[in-house]
Design a protein around this ligand. Structure first.
Ligand code: ADP
Ligand code: MG
Length: 308
């Protein structure tokens, strides 16, 4: 639970201050997936870094189960796992050593069965003896997730888990996150992809320019977003839109390279997650997905009726 949490940084190389976060009141519910959705520079990393105890807020209070978290973050950190946005690439240690170390850091025993299962779930088991610096970007991202989960946290924070990640890894991460929720882990993630918030979250907070504009149940929020276009960049051109996509047909356009889905969230039409699942079931491969409102600016206009 956050009350009046705000942050100003000293301006970089200049005099004065930067307001990264205006006062935020927010309650995260146990066991939910909460997505913080907003463009770059919105204050997402600042906000989750404060909740994780990495950054000290300039004002406000944070309580966990009624206890003042700011007073004793040592205790709180044991319950928290964080997958940071930035990848550090200077790790000489092996995957297994790194993940085991992260577990012991929080006073948990080696417990090799847990670590083995974790690395298998993340498709890292075969790479367990590889040095992290030798791995691909996607594999490094998986290692960061394994490190964050090594001590079996109750709350997992993921800062922009899909930024710079290919579609396959994004899908794997979504599955993993949903299975963690099944096990009762509370998840807080940040993203600038609406699809990601729509696919995964129970509730969404929209943030821009350091202001938490709106917090709502996902379904209610998606309705407010209105009409959007989703473009799938196809690996191989389609001769025609398959008949199996009839349910979506009036709203599909196809030009040989891109399959465009015009999605009207205010109506009763099936949402983007079910559309994407159907496309994948049909074996239609795509390289990436992007909404036409990817700047997010239009969305803020839709939501709050003002330009950011
Ligand atoms: P996001 O994660 O949504 O992209 P951030 O929380 O990283 O946003 O940044 C929010 C604002 O705070 C930006 O204007 C950024 O330049 C500023 N900021 C972030 N970290 C620092 C820092 N350590 N010092 C000064 N300004 C910062
Ligand atoms: Mg960030």
């Amino acid at each position: 639970s956050l009350a009046g949490v705000a942050k100003t940084y000293a301006a970089r190389g200049k005099q004065g201050e930067v307001t990264a976060l205006q006062p935020v009141d927010l309650d995260i519910r146990r066991g939910e997936i909460f997505a913080l959705l907003g463009p770059n520079g919105a204050g997402k990393t600042t906000l989750i870094s404060i909740i994780c105890g990495i950054v000290t807020p300039s004002a406000g209070t944070i309580t966990v189960d009624g206890h003042d978290a700011l007073a004793d973050y040592k205790q709180a950190r044991r319950r928290i796992g964080l997958v940071p946005q930035e990848l550090s690439t200077d790790a000489f240690e092996s995957v297994l050593a790194t993940v085991t170390f992260s577990r012991r850091l929080f006073g948990r025993s080696g417990h090799s069965a847990y670590i083995e299962q974790l690395l298998r779930d993340l498709a890292l088991w075969d790479k367990r003896h590889a040095r992290i610096m030798e791995l691909s970007g996607g594999m490094k991202r998986r290692v960061l997730i394994a490190k964050a989960l090594a001590h079996e946290p109750e709350i997992l924070f993921l800062d922009e888990p899909s930024a710079g990640v290919d579609v396959a890894l994004r899908r794997d991460m979504w599955k993993l996150v949903l299975s963690l929720r099944e096990r009762g882990v509370t998840i807080i993630l940040t993203t600038h992809y609406i699809e990601e918030a729509e696919e995964m979250a129970d509730r969404v907070g929209v943030i821009a320019k350091g202001k938490l504009l709106l917090v709502d149940e996902k379904a209610a929020l998606m309705k407010k977003l209105g009409k959007r276009e989703l473009d799938l960049a196809l690996v191989e051109p389609l001769a025609a839109v398959p008949a199996e996509l009839a349910e979506w047909k009036p709203t599909l356009e196809h030009d040989g390279h891109t399959l465009r889905y015009v999605f009207d969230a205010t109506g009763e039409r099936t949402g983007i997650p079910s559309f994407l699942r159907r496309v994948q079931e049909l074996g239609i491969a795509f390289k990436d997905l992007e909404t036409s409102k990817s700047s997010l600016e239009d969305i803020f206009v839709d939501l709050v009726g003002e330009k950011q």
